[in-house]
Write a protein that binds this ligand. Structure first.
Ligand SMILES: C[S@@+](CC[C@H](N)C(=O)[O-])C[C@H]1O[C@@H](n2cnc3c(N)ncnc32)[C@H](O)[C@@H]1O
Length: 297
């Protein structure tokens, strides 16, 4: 296979991508031309908030063709179009065949949460140090143990006194990694809920693979009060969910929130102040873990 690589200003990216599709490219991918430089631009926005921009100033477009002739022909035709103005052909290169499965798997190594608690893909041997482990492969849902927000929640779970997690609600369960982690550390009667039906399925399958008991479902499955309420979502939904999540925490129980950037700490404290006194309990790579305990009735 052959890659045709172009540089385009943002305004032309859509036209060029559509044209490459029409010219029988097998795939077209668009990246920030300035990725990994000081000019790199983050484009994500929180749910309900607009992204900071529609696209990058300069995009690198890579189109895949079966044959070199197809890539050359596409390059020639594109260069004749008026919407090619400002774009640049960076080259055509052969894509060496690779063992894609091995390459993908190599990106996911065992992750240590504490020295003896590990998240381990199924294709890896268990590390000798792993006294407690979760077997998890990357899938449709968020939560492989590599993101700081997930790691901080798991670290919090692992540090709780034995037998103290009690009944657990994992709100925004994704892959189910937190619920499964809680089960491994002795939680009983676990509800794992998510608005995404794929996440619910993924959580059920991961729980089975790890031989733990939990009930996965949509958010309205959460009912009553829990000793431990975990929610790794993002600051904006966590603020909206404040009364709901706080009401699920029983007397003496804990609320554990992640997905919060350091600069969002005060907003979260204010949103939860009518219900529970949130505090920063951990931090990693600019993210914070916030927790609160409800007083005994
Ligand atoms: C960052 S992932 C966290 C996954 C996993 N719990 C972890 O810690 O790695 C957030 C999850 O929350 C879910 N989510 C987002 N908003 C939600 C809401 N309002 N109610 C329930 N789940 C929500 C998303 O679908 C996603 O699976």
């Amino acid at each position: 296979m052959f890659e045709l690589i172009l540089m385009c200003p943002q305004e032309q990216v859509e036209d060029i991508s559509d044209a490459l599709d029409a010219l029988d490219a097998l795939s077209v991918s668009v990246e920030d031309m300035d990725a990994h430089t000081d000019a790199e631009q983050a484009l994500f926005g929180e749910p309900g908030m607009p992204a900071p921009k529609d696209g990058w100033n300069r995009s690198r477009i890579t189109a895949l063709f079966q044959e070199r002739a197809g890539a050359e022909e596409a390059a020639k035709l594109l260069a004749l179009q008026d919407f090619f103005t400002g774009c640049q052909l960076l080259g055509i290169q052969k894509l060496e065949s690779q063992d894609w499965v091995r390459l993908t798997q190599a990106q996911f190594q065992p992750v240590d949460i504490t020295p003896d608690f590990w998240i381990v893909p199924t294709w890896h041997e268990l590390p000798q140090a792993a006294k407690v482990s979760i077997r998890l492969d990357p899938g449709l849902a968020f939560g492989t143990g590599t993101h700081p927000t997930t790691r901080m929640c798991l670290r919090w779970i692992a540090r709780q006194p034995q037998g103290s997690l009690g009944r657990v609600l994992d709100y925004g369960c994704g892959s189910g990694i937190l619920a499964i982690g809680a089960a491994k550390f002795g939680a009983q009667d676990i509800d794992a809920v998510d608005i995404d039906a794929d996440a619910v399925t993924s959580c059920q399958l991961n729980a089975q693979a790890n031989q733990v008991q939990l009930k996965a479902g949509l958010p309205d499955q959460a009912s009553g009060q829990y000793q431990t309420v975990l929610a790794n979502i993002l600051a904006t939904p966590l603020k909206v969910l404040a009364p709901l999540l706080a009401n699920h925490v029983q007397a003496g129980g804990h609320l554990v929130l992640a997905g919060i950037l350091e600069r969002q700490t005060e907003e979260l404290i204010a949103a939860y102040a009518p219900y529970l006194p949130l505090q920063v309990a951990d931090s990693e790579d600019g993210w914070v873990l916030m927790t609160a305990q409800r007083g005994m009735a």
